[in-house]
Design a protein around this ligand. Sequence first.
Ligand code: GDP
Ligand code: MG
Length: 282
Amino acid sequence: NHTATIALAGNPNSGKTTLFNAITGARQHVGNYPGITVERKEGSLNLNDTRVNIVDLPGCYSLSAFSQEELVARKVLVDERPDIVVDIVDATKLERHLYLAIQFFELGIPVMLTLNMMDEANKKGLRIDTEKLSTLLKCPVVETVARSGEGKQELLEKALHYAADRGGVWEPLEISYGADLDTALNAMVEKIEAARFMTNRYPARWVALKYLESDDEIVTAGRSIGSVAFELEEMVSEVDTHCRTTLNTTPEALIADYRYGLINSILRQDIIERPQQVDRRE
Ligand code: GDP
Ligand code: MG
């Protein structure tokens, strides 16, 4: 007899709650995270000989500290370490929704995708090469229609299978952010690793990225932990000046650019086939 915890994540309106309801039915519990108004929904079911707990994470666009929802989502991931995150992606908004997926990959937590709203995608004539997307992202990708429950069984089975395969091991994806940022990131990672600064919770490169993104929560938490925080802040300040003066941008914006660049390099490989455009000028 095993237990496994699946966290459902995704952008707002991707269908998380609908899928959560389709999966758990009436076996659910709604509460609040302590001290804040963000709702916490949990449910459970038995699948084969596994007791499956499902947590519906608050909707978020990214894993930065911009909103209470995003803070809660990442806190659940690092504090509770669910066995797998199922990232619910609106199949009709693949490019925008993959931004969050990239950050799960960078955090390293086991994650798989479900392309939800497949009925809408079909109506629009979009054809998505799910298998190829899965190969390129190196994680399982399934298709669902949360409203009808279509695909939910396959989703659950693949999720449990993949969670067992990964065995709770986090494997952070290292994206190249170009020569300027990579040099700084590597130097920061060295410091972070030597001081074991926050590395009991996060991958070192993730901490470095959060510093470059000027993440309020991480920077503030860092100050109460050790003096290495101030060295990191100084390093960031140098990179920040360099970005502003020579590239007319901020590290944060540059990081976002590279993430979208990665998404586009994947989607360009014939992942989406759109319906033929009719030329109405004729
Ligand atoms: P959440 O914000 O991620 O929790 O999204 P919801 O579950 O509240 O869904 C947002 C809207 O999309 C609701 O109106 C749902 O009925 C609708 N929806 C969810 N999944 C699907 C789907 O697979 N197909 C279609 N057509 N609509 C869906
Ligand atoms: Mg919801």
